[in-house]
Design a protein around this ligand. Structure first.
Ligand SMILES: NC(=O)c1ccc[n+]([C@@H]2O[C@H](COP(=O)([O-])OP(=O)(O)OC[C@H]3O[C@@H](n4cnc5c(N)ncnc54)[C@H](OP(=O)(O)O)[C@@H]3O)[C@@H](O)[C@H]2O)c1
Length: 235
């Protein structure tokens, strides 16, 4: 049976920006699937939100594991029967201060596997649920490090390439979808999560607020856009 309530899924939502997104989507009235690669951390995070009365359930999904993504898509199809909002939030930043050509290539491969191929496989697996109803909002959590001009300075090379590729994927996917499906890339700013560290000026709550606006955009806007500080920018 088709649910009336809009459904949203967030990857890597057991902590940081993803957790705040799951919370705010539920507060905005969505049925939320909080996904995590870790069953304990994911189910505890979802339980915390559900205990405060929010419609949040846990779905296991490791974005580097195609079988795990396939299972998660099946679960969403069978339980929510629809997907209105997909937020590709899961990400890793593994470079530290290593130089791209001197680092262990496994760092680049692992980074691409999560930040780029993860997004690719998740979109491929969940898009059919959106296309069936001709509606969807996909938000890829990117970074200013993924802008082409960020490639001119050394540092964070693996992370930068992964987000640049994610931005390209965002545009290419938008050129392929039909119906009222929009795909956005968004820079959340420098955020005080485990990844951003304690000195970051923006809270996960504020970052999630800016991202959430895109999840509820009307049909009038462009099919694809890159947002920073809540505004579309050239990329
Ligand atoms: N913080 C910033 O300043 C900043 C700036 C620009 C962009 N971003 C982007 O914002 C997004 C969220 O970052 P954050 O700051 O909230 O980072 P975070 O606190 O480090 O959280 C990252 C989340 O991604 C999950 N994750 C990592 N690999 C995964 C995988 N293979 N499958 C599923 N989940 C996985 C982590 O799960 P575990 O707990 O299991 O590790 C965690 O839940 C990322 O895409 C990041 O690149 C952040």
């Amino acid at each position: 049976m088709l649910q009336d309530k809009q459904a949203a899924l967030v990857t890597g939502a057991n902590r940081g920006i993803g957790y705040e997104l799951a919370k705010q989507l539920a507060l905005a009235g969505f049925k939320v699937m909080l996904t995590s690669r870790d069953p304990k951390k994911g189910s505890e995070a979802a339980q915390r939100l559900a205990e405060s009365g929010l419609d949040v359930s846990f779905v296991l999904m490791d974005v580097t594991d195609q079988e795990s993504i396939r299972q998660a898509a099946l679960t969403v199809k069978e339980t929510a029967h629809r997907l209105d909002v997909l937020i590709n939030n899961a990400g890793v930043y593994l470079d530290g201060s290593a130089k791209l050509l001197a680092m262990d290539p496994a760092i680049l491969e692992r980074t691409m596997s999560t930040n780029f191929f993860g997004v690719y496989h998740v979109m491929r697996s969940f898009l059919p649920l959106m296309e069936k109803r001709g509606y969807g909002r996909i938000i890829n959590v990117s970074s200013e490090y993924g802008a082409m001009n960020a490639m001119s300075s050394s540092g964070a090379g693996a992370y930068k390439i992964s987000k640049l590729a994610m931005n390209a994927l965002t545009r290419l996917a938008a050129a392929e979808v039909t119906g009222d499906i929009k795909i956005y890339a968004v820079d959340p700013g420098w955020v005080s999560s485990d990844m951003g560290g304690p000195s970051a000026p923006r809270t996960p709550k504020r970052a999630a607020e800016l991202i959430l606006r895109l999840a509820t955009m009307g049909s009038e806007g462009a099919r694809v856009e890159f947002f920073r500080d809540g505004k579309p920018i050239d990329w």
